[in-house]
Structures are given as C-alpha cells and as structure tokens.
Design a protein around this ligand. Structure first.
Ligand code: NAD
Length: 495
C-alpha cells in the first residue's frame, strides 16, 4: 500500500489536506517532484499518516533557484510601496484564514489549538511589520572627514535567499524570514521541515493570492536536505542562507556556506535559564514559568530549560508548579480544551524519556509526570523534577518537551554563573521585585534576549536571536531583521 492509500479522510478534522499538498511550489505553479517520491505527513496525536507531499529532487531545487533568480530583478525594481502593499495583503489574508491555519498547524504539529492560534497571530504580524519597514529603508549621506569627497551609502537586496525552517513553529519561522526578505527586495526558496510541510504550502497559496509574483517565493520539501542545500548554495546567484533549527545542523550549514562565502543568519538551539529570586512575586513567577515552559508543550527554542530557584522560595515554587503542571489537560492539539499536545515524533518522546531517566538516576525527585503513557500518539506528560543535579544531561541539552527541572541556588552570583554555564545563549528569564537587581542580572547573563518578570519574549518589533552557539544575526526588530537581507553599497564621489 502506498502512502496516499494509507490516508484515512476521517483523520483530517474537516480540512481538505489535498489543497495543501498539490505539489512543490515553483515559479508560481504546483509541480510533482522529479524524484517521483513522496514524504508522509503524520498526525502526532494518533501516529497516523494524514497526507503526503512531494520529495524534491536536485532538478527541482535547480528549477526553484532558476525561478528565484529570474524573478530577482523584477522584484528588486518593484517600488517599495508596491512591495509593502503586497505584504500587507499577506497579513490581511492570514488574519482572514487564521482559524483554518491554526487547525492545520495543530493537526500536523500537534500543538494545542490555543498555541496554534497564537502562532498564526505572531506569524501574520511579520507581514504587517515588514510592510511598514519596506518603505522605510533609507541610506546615508555625509562628507568624508578629510573633506575631499562625499560618502553615499545605499542598501540593496542581498540576492537570492535559501530559507530553512524547523517544525516547531511551521508558520512563524517561515514568515519571520519571508516577510523581511521580500520587504528588502529579495526572492526566496523556502525549505520547510518535512514533519510540517502543509502549513508552508497553505501559506504559499496565500502569497500568490496577495499578488506576490511568480518566482519570488518558491517552496520545496525534501527528505534529502543536505545535498539539495549544498547544491543551492553552490549556485552563484544564491547569496544568503537564513536557517532556523538545531545548533548541530547550523554548524554543518555554516561549513557548507563557507565554500562560497554565503552570508548566513542562524537561529539555533537554546538552553534558557529561568531564575527566580526569593523576593519574586510567587504567582507572577508561576504564571511566567507556565508560559516559558509550556508554550508549545515545551517545544520552543526559548523554552525554560533550567529553572533556578533561590532557597527561600524553592519549596513554595516547586509545589505551585507541581499543582499547575499536574492539572494541565493533555490531548490532541485539535481538541479545543487541550493545554498540552503531543510531541512531534516518537523519537522526541524517547529523547525526553532518556533525559528524565538520567536525571532521576542522579537523584532528581519526580513531583509529577515522569512516565510515558501507553497509546497511539506521541505524548509525554507534564513533568516537574526537583533537586536536579547540575551534572544531569538535561542541564546541558535542550529538553524540547513538557519537563520542568528545578535547581536550588543561594546567591545572586551563583545564579548568574550557573545560568551562563552553557554553550547556548538564546533567551533567559528573571523574576525579582528588585528592578535594579533584575537589570543587573540581565546585563550579566549571556543571552540575546531577557524576559524580566515575564514568561514571553517574542515580539516582531524586537530583535530575536542568540549569542554564543545559539546563533548569528537577528530576526524582527526595527531594521535588524530586514538588514539581514541587505548589503550596504558605498559610493565615493566629489563635487
Ligand atoms: P533541525 O536542525 O533538525 O532541522 C531544521 C531544518 O533543517 C529542517 O527543515 C530540516 O529538514 C533541515 N535540515 C536538517 N538537516 C539538514 C542539512 N544537513 N542541510 C540542510 N537542512 C537540513 O531542527 P528541528 O528539529 O526541526 O527544530 C528544532 C530545533 O530548532 C531546536 O534546536 C530549536 O531550539 C531550534 N529552533 C531555534 C529557533 C530560534 O529562533 N533560535 C526557533 C525555533 C527552533
């Protein structure tokens, strides 16, 4: 039985998934793959196959690069106002279709509908924000210090961009790249994660309707991303790689991009510390922890991965968190009542299970959860672990699941040292009523983003990104995100 024959229409929650699996999206049209192969898409809450998408061959990647290259000049020369209006229309269409998109994300990714709705709103906002940015790109003009000439600096689109995105935010990770790239005047090839391709294709149809010309955005799915990406990066018209995913794959792609000196933006893994001082507002810290840990059931690069709690508040925080985590409703993401959906794959559940077993074997106490349930879907229960050893593997690795490990600390300097004891530096959370201490600790923690008395950092209007091995460059923010897709051109002249 082939993949298409295995699909049971009753498993698709009223969505016609054939609409989102029409083919590879190249040069404004839907194409079958030249490989003839397909990639199966699974509902993580049941483990059942719900759709299949084409598995692109090298020739398909070549066609996508050719289309993006051919469209580059026309798009670059399109008036910024016109580009802005098209991006604004993308925003409007996303908002109009937000419920359908949220359902689709829940179905293929597993996240709770309320998280999926939040993601669609966040993802759409990148179009509105960059529609506004597209008409505010300006250069510089000045007199050289020697007085001999004038300096003109213009900002130009960098060229054809390859965009690679993960499965955990299938809409937002794509729009956070596509919107600034298009605003800057670049054309793109998006390679979404194979686990969640349907959202990327649903969005491709929407761009077309919004008036994005053929070839400006191309989308292809593949089970062999390594060779296809290497091939695309070797094409001389490709000048940018923007990648979101794991640090391991990011390192390999940086090495690949070095061969042709391709500009890279890298949004990589995290290992966020969540620091609670004795003087914190306990309820606010618990609210913050639930958001920082449980948005997307812990499958977020910004997820609180190590919760450091000062001795005086430790027991009350541990009990409060246990109570909230134990009462979460676990279920299929598409069920409106669900608060914690399944993990993306069985392999992800096995990894979490291994990390929890390692922590308990080193003395961690299980306050709730901690054991994989039986059943079809890829579920892991909300779990709180107390007194976790700093030597535990989960102190150094992304858990990427609904597990909150608690570590006790005594002093401010100890909290800072332990928060910084990682190769990652994406997000960090601090809870204290002492604002001066909050800002002091924020300035000493090595992370690209700090949430002070909040459980959420992401905002299209703020620069998102990490330091150390969490990445290079920023997405969103005033000028930051768009600047990643532009090159400065300096013209010296005298008059
Ligand atoms: P991943 O690195 O396995 O895959 C990410 C993407 O890269 C996918 O599209 C995948 O198909 C592709 N890929 C894999 N191998 C490749 C190769 N050799 N060449 C080219 N492409 C390749 O990551 P994932 O499991 O999909 O996502 C989870 C990871 O992403 C976590 O580490 C998480 O922290 C990170 N993440 C980071 C951010 C951020 O903004 N910093 C946001 C979301 C997720």
């Amino acid at each position: 039985m082939n993949v298409r024959q295995q699909i049971d229409p009753s498993t698709t929650h009223g969505l016609d998934l054939s609409e989102f699996s029409r083919g590879l999206y190249i040069n404004g049209a839907w194409h079958a793959s030249r490989s003839g192969r397909v990639i199966a898409v699974t509902d993580p809450s049941t483990g059942k196959i719900i759709a299949s998408v084409p598995d692109a061959a090298l020739e398909d990647a070549a066609a996508a690069v050719a289309a993006a290259s051919a469209a580059a000049e026309g798009w670059r020369e399109t008036a910024p106002r016109k580009r802005s209006e098209i991006l604004r229309r993308c925003f409007d269409l996303m908002v109009e279709r937000s419920e359908m998109l949220a359902k689709l994300i829940s179905l293929e990714n597993g996240k709770a509908l309320r998280d999926a709705r939040g993601e669609v709103a966040y993802a759409a906002e990148f179009f509105r924000w960059n529609a506004e940015e597209a008409v505010r790109i300006s250069g510089e003009f000045g007199r050289a210090p020697a007085g001999t000439n004038r300096i003109i600096v213009d900002y130009e689109p960098i060229g054809v961009c390859v965009l690679i995105t993960p499965w955990n935010f299938p809409a937002a990770m794509a729009t956070r790249k596509i919107a600034p790239a298009l605003a800057a005047g670049c054309t793109v090839i998006l390679k979404p994660a194979s686990e969640t391709p349907l959202t990327a294709y649903a969005l491709a149809a929407l761009y077309e309707e919004a008036g994005v010309p053929p070839g400006v955005v191309n989308v292809l799915t593949t089970s062999t991303p390594g060779p296809l990406t290497a091939w695309m990066l070797a094409d001389p018209t490709v000048r940018k790689l923007s990648f979101t995913g794991s640090t391991g794959v990011g390192r390999a792609l940086l090495a690949e991009a070095a061969k042709n000196v391709i500009s890279c933006s890298m949004e990589l893994g995290g290992n966020a510390p969540f620091v609670v001082f004795d003087d914190a507002d306990l309820q606010a810290a618990l609210d913050g922890a639930m958001v920082a840990k449980m948005r997307n059931a812990g499958e977020a690069c910004t997820a609180a991965n190590r919760l450091y709690v000062q001795s005086g508040i430790y027991d009350a925080f541990a009990e409060g968190l246990r109570e909230r985590m134990a009462n979460l409703k676990v279920g299929a993401g598409t069920d409106d009542a669900t608060e914690c959906g399944p993990m993306i794959t069985r392999k992800a559940v096995q990894k979490i299970d291994r990390l929890v077993e390692d922590a308990t074997s080193r003395g961690a106490r299980v306050l709730c959860g901690g054991t994989v349930g039986k059943g079809e879907g890829f579920f892991y229960p909300p779990t709180v672990l107390a007194d976790v050893s700093p030597e535990a593997e989960m102190a150094h690795e992304e858990i990427f699941g609904p597990v909150a490990p608690l570590y006790r600390f005594e002093t401010e300097s100890e909290a800072i040292a332990r928060a910084n004891d990682t190769e990652y530096g994406l997000a960090a959370y601090i809870f204290t009523r002492d604002v001066a201490r909050g800002l002091r600790v924020a300035s000493r923690i090595e992370a690209g983003m700090i949430a002070l008395n909040r459980g959420l950092v992401s905002d299209p209007a703020a620069p998102f990104g990490g330091v150390k091995q969490s990445g290079l460059g920023r997405e969103g923010g005033q000028h930051h995100g768009i600047a990643e897709f532009m090159e400065a051109k300096y013209i010296a002249t005298s008059f």
